[in-house]
Design a protein around this ligand. Structure first.
Ligand SMILES: [Zn+2]
Length: 311
């Protein structure tokens, strides 16, 4: 695995500050490109099922039109994306959610790609918790939130790692492997998304960020069902029709699919063709816009989903 030297991190920050467009897709500079969402304040406490010893817990947190996934493996913690935090309500909700699970250390923070609906809360997460390692793609964006994220990583001296395809990591009992991004120059920021497959006993979960059809096609060309197949799929790009291509879904062949998206979001996610494709491969669908936060517990054999309901 390749660590980003501090000098390179500084250069990334300078690049982000100096360029008029992002370094990966020509996206315009905007703080919250996918909208602020409308979280209705923090709950008193997440009513999450408690994992027994030897169980892995994955929280697909309801953060409106954004991704935030918290993974607890014994005393090891991982977070994949942080949601979008345009105001104190979002901030308090997410901080309380994480703290109420007893988390103080985040061993791995994965920022799949630098869009605000994925890294919006990253500066606060990095400043609040003891983040040991951060995996993020070699892709910059000229937004305030990206600049603040890079600055927080520097200030807290977080070990920043580039996602090298084929690299394996271990939490406690869970392992995960980096599967994408498979090239260095995409036309769409979403295709830089870090894709990783987690293995826990006999069960596997595939996390795709916002990877689009272009990244999916590369994965289909490169990998076998043994590499890419998963029991659970975190559906790419909030259920957009530009992801979840038929060939990709057939190779992954998940029994369960989780879509993270906001109620009545302006993008119309999830798009109906994606629902049709998922239904067509007999995947049972969970949606944060309908189910609220979805918690998955697995002992490595069984998979148990709990819907915490809308806030
Ligand atoms: Zn997104």
């Amino acid at each position: 695995m390749k660590r980003i030297p501090r000098l390179l991190l500084s250069l990334l920050l300078i690049l982000a500050l100096s360029l008029s467009f992002g370094g990966c897709a020509g996206f315009p500079s905007d703080l919250f490109p996918e909208g602020p969402g409308n979280v209705e304040g923090p709950p008193d406490k997440p009513q999450s099922p408690t994992p027994t010893e030897g169980e892995l817990a994955i929280h697909f947190i309801d953060v409106d039109q954004a991704d935030a996934i918290l993974i607890l493996d014994g005393d090891k913690t991982m977070m994949i994306d942080t949601g979008n935090w345009p105001d104190d309500e979002h901030k308090d909700y997410m901080l309380d959610y994480i703290k109420n699970l007893g988390v103080t250390v985040i061993d791995y923070l994965v920022l799949t790609h630098p869009d605000a609906d994925h890294i919006g809360g990253a500066p606060e997460v990095i400043n609040t918790f003891d983040v040991k390692n951060c995996i993020m793609p070699d892709c910059t964006k000229t937004t305030k939130v990206f600049e603040r994220t890079v600055a927080a990583l520097e200030n807290k001296n977080v070990n920043v790692l580039l996602p090298e395809v084929g690299d394996d990591y271990t939490l406690k009992n869970a392992t995960f492997r980096i599967l994408a991004p498979l090239e260095e120059n995409y036309s769409d920021t979403n295709d830089y998304s870090v894709v990783l497959r987690m293995q826990y006993g006999e069960r596997s979960i595939l996390f795709t960020g916002d990877a689009e059809a272009a990244s999916e096609a590369q994965m289909v060309a490169r990998y076998t069902a043994a590499d890419l197949g998963a029991d659970v799929l975190k559906v790419g790009h909030h259920g957009s029709r530009t992801s979840s291509s038929q060939s990709f879904l057939e190779l992954v062949d998940p029994d369960y699919a989780v879509i993270c998206c906001g109620v009545d979001n302006s993008y119309g996610h999830p798009h109906s063709p994606v629902i049709t494709r998922l239904t067509g491969i007999d995947a049972e669908i969970y949606r944060t816009d309908q189910d609220g936060t979805v918690v998955l517990l697995t002992d490595g054999e069984t998979l148990e989903f709990t819907k915490l309901g809308k806030k």
